[in-house]
Design a protein around this ligand. Structure first.
Ligand code: ADP
Ligand code: MG
Length: 694
């Protein structure tokens, strides 16, 4: 029972501190159903009452809500179902630290909404009729309860069967959500823990998967049952009292004045680009151009909201495709740990939500549909590292286009229609389809990803593992040094009487020590993203346009492929913005443009060179076929057409091959084109040895 709390006390409190808010509630009720009360105000008013609110929230909140009813009566309003929503508790409990001591108390937890069910009515007060039409009301909890006997003293029967009266019963909107620990509070590689939360009435429908929230509520426990047997273990749920949605970017990274001094000092270093690059996965040898690109990705371009309401993404997407065992996964993991709000996952991810989002009907929702956020939603305003991207599920494959370009994910399934935000940059890794890369074949064919998806990456790098004595010995030296440093450290720590000192270890560690401490680099990134919004200088713009036009010019020649689309121009702009951010500069200079052109050229040459002509060709990515291949396909198709005219509709395969060879396309190529045309449905083979156009 409450000692300090009483209805009278709360009336006093509201009259003193929330007079105008309560007056507004009285006028707008029931469109407005809640009064938000800051815990600090209660504490200022009466510390004992505040303490009691934390310890016995159920009775204290009941007093507070009864007080609202009393004040309402004074004003002629019936505030029977108004709620007091307490916000701003002084402490937050980490989800993994919740213990049985917290049961029954008011706590606040912070995290990321992982799942949310649809909003559906829930019965809270059920009214029943006995066979003689007497009424009995039963307050409902988690499980539906029928009356044991009729309430009416005059009832001669007393027993059921009872009939539920829907009209007389009271319902409330209800929703269940699951909140998970924010990734930045996890210590390296820990699995995030979750807490289920019951939300009701006007709090329903407020949050969507991917939202960052602070939830305040009363922790309750429910006995677990397995196959109808009651267990001695109890499950926890939070009975939600208030929801606050956090919307600020990077509020989770706090910068002290000393941090800012250190950041500014770093920025003034003329070698800053090198230092950032060398701070990315220093234990991995080489890949300087990839690491340069990743430094730009970490800073990001500027997301723009245009006056017409449209939005252009600033996030930079990078894809690494390459042979197995060349440190792709390693690089991904390191980068994601460095990035604020980074999430690492595999395309083959085991969670049901996958990379984007799904709607499912499972036990979590008790038969209701549940919307669950996948990696790209959980990484909103951060970075998603997706390994083994070629193995992603088909649902993700279609949803990921929207996620990358519009940065939203729409789900429309059964009762659920939702648009979730996925404003994150994506660093993907993929293996070639046939195990290893063939440099002389079309890359779109060698990766298990549709061209439309590939074209959404700002940069694609192809990493091949070609034996070369020089590079191999450098890599192995580097790897062995890293291992040796590790061995020394382990021996220092575990071998009793070891004479190895910390200094010995430190000197060997040098090779693999990042130039900028990861903690500081993270802060640097957060600072740059928060404070730097660079503008393109005129000369920089002219140079970018020149470069772009230069690439496009190859398209004027009727024999050459159409290179580079406007997507690449946008990528150039984003990268140039990121380059200025690395210097913490608000102006994009010629140097930025040069740097970006160098990186983009490396990527384009790896990816878009038509292996047959040596020219750049964006169509290799965006359409999946290069110009020279397209020409050959046209040639083959016109051969088939001519032969069909000659032979009553059916073209003999042998003759197609022979005529193809006459036009300079070898037999193997013709066969390959034919099978490609067949799989795309443009050609079919009605009888063996004869082909026909559809
Ligand atoms: P992938 O994902 O490309 O198949 P991994 O990231 O699993 O490859 O790398 C395999 C191992 O090889 C890792 O332990 C990595 O450290 C090592 N490795 C490969 N290439 C390098 C390199 N260039 N420098 C240092 N270590 C490397
Ligand atoms: Mg791997």
């Amino acid at each position: 029972m409450s000692v300090f709390s009483s209805v009278q006390k709360w009336v006093e409190f509201f009259d003193l501190h929330y007079r105008s808010e309560v007056a507004r509630l009285a006028v707008e009720y029931p469109d407005l159903k809640s009064l938000q009360v800051s815990f600090y105000d209660v504490e200022r008013f009466d510390p004992d009452l505040a303490e009691e609110l934390l310890k016995s929230p159920d009775s204290v909140l009941r007093d507070a809500e009864d007080a609202l009813v009393d004040i309402g009566e004074r004003k002629g309003a019936r505030l029977l179902n108004a709620h007091v929503r307490v916000v701003e508790l002084p402490m937050r409990v980490a989800i993994r630290d919740i213990r049985s001591d917290h049961i029954g108390t008011l706590i606040a937890v912070e995290g990321l909404i992982r799942k949310a069910t649809e909003v559906r009515p829930k019965i809270v007060r059920a009214v029943f009729h006995c066979p003689y039409e007497h009424e009995t009301a039963v307050l409902q909890g988690e499980k539906f309860v029928e009356p044991s006997e009729c309430d009416d003293p005059d009832c001669s029967r007393k027993k059921g069967p009872f009939q539920l009266s829907r009209e007389k019963s009271t319902f409330v909107d209800a929703q269940k959500v699951r909140v998970q620990e924010s990734p930045e509070n996890l210590r390296g590689g820990e699995q995030p823990q979750t807490l289920d939360v019951l939300v009701s009435d006007d709090l329903t429908g407020m949050v969507a998967p991917g939202d960052r929230v602070i939830l305040t509520g009363v922790l309750r426990s429910y006995q677990r049952t397995t196959y109808n047997t009651k267990s001695t273990f109890f499950d926890l749920v939070l009975d939600c009292v208030s929801i606050q949605i956090e919307d600020k970017e990077f509020e989770d990274i706090e910068l002290t004045p000393e941090d800012i001094d250190a950041i500014k000092e770093l920025a003034s270093d003329p070698d800053i680009y090198k230092r950032v690059t060398q701070s990315i996965s220093p234990s991995i040898y080489g890949y300087d151009e990839v690491k340069d690109a990743i430094s730009l990705q970490l800073m990001g371009g500027v997301a723009k909201e245009l006056p017409d309401g449209s939005r252009i993404r600033g996030d930079i997407h990078i894809l690494l495709i390459g042979d197995p065992g060349i440190a792709k996964s390693q690089l991904l993991r390191y980068t994601v740990k460095l990035a604020p709000r980074g999430i690492y996952t595999s395309g083959r991810s085991s969670t049901s939500a996958g990379l984007t989002a799904t709607a499912v009907k499972d036990e979590f929702g008790d038969g209701r549909w549940t919307l669950e956020a996948g990696a790209l939603v959980l990484a909103d305003k951060g970075m998603a590292g997706i390994d083994e991207m070629d193995k992603m599920r088909s649902e993700d494959r279609s949803a990921i286009h929207e996620a990358m370009e519009q940065q939203t994910i729409s789900v429309a399934k059964a009762g659920i229609m939702a648009t979730l935000q996925s404003r994150c940059s994506l660093l993907g890794a993929a293996n070639p389809k046939y195990g290893r890369f063939d440099r002389y074949d079309n890359i779109a064919k060698q990766i298990n990803m549709p061209p439309a998806l590939l074209s959404r990456f700002d940069l694609i790098f192809i990493l091949t593992d070609q034996p070369s004595i020089e590079r191999d010995s450098q890599i192995s030296e580097h790897i062995l040094k890293a291992h040796y440093a590790g061995e020394l450290e382990m021996q220092r720590r575990h071998l009793i009487g070891s004479e190895i000192t910390r200094e010995d270890v430190a000197s060997v560690m040098d090779v693999i020590t990042p130039q900028i401490e990861p903690e500081l680099l993270r802060k640097y990134i957060a600072y740059a993203k928060r404070n730097i919004y660079p503008l393109m200088s005129d000369e920089a713009r002219a140079k970018l346009i020149d470069f772009y036009i230069g690439l496009r010019r190859q398209g004027e020649d009727p024999d050459s492929p159409v290179p580079v689309t406007a997507r690449q121009l946008e990528a150039l702009v984003r990268l140039a913005e990121a380059s200025a951010r690395i210097r913490l500069s608000n102006s994009i200079t010629l140097d930025d443009v040069d740097r970006v052109i160098r990186i983009v050229t490396t990527s384009l040459e790896q990816v878009m060179k038509d292996p047959e002509t040596g020219m750049l060709d964006a169509d290799i990515i965006s359409v999946g076929t290069s110009k020279s291949q397209r020409d050959k396909i046209h040639t083959i198709m016109s051969i088939i057409r001519e032969l069909a005219e000659k032979y009553d509709g059916l073209a003999p395969r042998d003759e197609v091959v022979a005529l193809g060879e006459e036009k300079g396309i070898n037999k193997e190529k013709v066969e390959e084109m034919l099978s490609r045309l067949k799989s795309s449905g443009e050609v079919y083979e009605p009888t063996h040895g004869y082909v026909k156009l559809t």
